[in-house]
Design a protein around this ligand. Structure first.
Ligand code: NAP
Length: 270
């Protein structure tokens, strides 16, 4: 008998931590199912989706670079993701078995800061790429105050503020930070192999939170600098696990088990 399974697709794909996360939860819940990596190149995406569409054991997939935009042409979009975030990171089956796409990055990003009182307070976001779109979409639903987006190309940042109907301004990376209650790094800066993100954190208030969605390394230079100033920090694994949790429920029909966060984080940082 074949097992139900889900996958993560991308090119490259060997680095993906998604199988570790989903298999950990499947094991803890005692669910007989699998979660695999599938190396899918851009030219093979349509054929991949067609082959899985008719496979009754396939519950869906997570989608990573370079397919997050192209995949939108192959699946239904009941949540209007194309017109909002503009990228899908999860494909699953609806009750009728048809494939639909969604984006769990916005929910995964917001989950660890849902308890913060950000209403009307200034926020700063570094980056204007795909991940920043999910971050800004989430912030646009959270009644935050003015949003300053710092990016290598401020014009791109300005476009995103308009897309998500956010008040605020677009600045180059060397602009001084505002007095932000929340600072998010949603750029590639600080990631292994990329230049560091050097910001002067002194304008941030004492109760600010600094959130770096980069998870390799987990303790980025930005988070180290924030911690040295006594500022609360949130690391990129929180979002990685949060987006996976929403996808897991869509694939397997149950929420991930609770109470294993530390064990899972230890596994992911080994
Ligand atoms: P992306 O679409 O390629 O965007 C990259 C962003 O970084 C852009 O704003 C880009 O600026 C900026 N950037 C890249 N190289 C730069 C450089 N040398 N100097 C200055 N700016 C530079 O990538 P993404 O998908 O948004 O991913 C961004 C980061 O988020 C990655 O580290 C990724 O691993 C992480 N991420 C984490 C999670 C999670 O669950 N924790 C989820 C998604 C992504 P320009 O706009 O000027 O090109």
């Amino acid at each position: 008998m074949s097992l139900p399974y889900a996958e993560v697709i991308g090119d490259p794909i060997s680095h993906s931590k998604s199988p570790l996360i989903h298999k950990f939860w499947l094991d803890r819940l005692g669910i007989a199912a699998d979660y695999r990596r599938a190396h899918v190149k851009a030219e093979g995406l349509a054929a991949y989706i067609e082959s899985r569409r008719s496979d009754p054991d396939w519950r869906g997939c997570n989608v990573t670079i370079p397919h997050k935009i192209a995949v939108m042409d192959h699946v239904a979009d009941p949540g209007g993701v194309r017109a909002s975030i503009g990228a899908m990171n999860t494909i699953a089956r609806g009750e009728d078995g048809a494939l639909f796409g969604t984006n769990t990055d916005a929910g995964g990003f917001f989950a660890p800061i849902a308890g913060l009182d950000l209403e009307g307070r200034p926020v700063a976001v570094v980056g204007a790429g795909g991940a920043a779109r999910a971050v800004l979409f989430a912030l646009s639903k959270a009644n935050v105050g003015p949003v300053t987006v710092l990016n290598r190309s401020p014009l791109k940042a300005m476009g995103l503020l308009a897309t998500f109907g956010l008040e605020g301004s677009a600045k180059p990376l060397d602009a001084p930070l505002p007095e932000a209650a929340l600072l998010v790094n949603a750029s590639a800066l600080g990631m292994t192999g990329q230049p560091p993100l050097d910001l002067d954190l002194s304008p941030l208030p004492e109760d600010a939170v600094v959130y770096d969605i980069v998870y390799s390394p987990l303790e980025t230079g930005l988070l180290k600098a924030a911690a040295a100033r006594g500022i609360e920090t949130v690391d990129g694994l929180e979002m990685l696990i949060g987006q996976a949790a929403i996808a897991f429920s869509l694939f397997f029909g149950v929420a991930p088990p609770e109470g294993y966060e530390d064990e899972l984080k230890a596994l992911l940082t080994r």
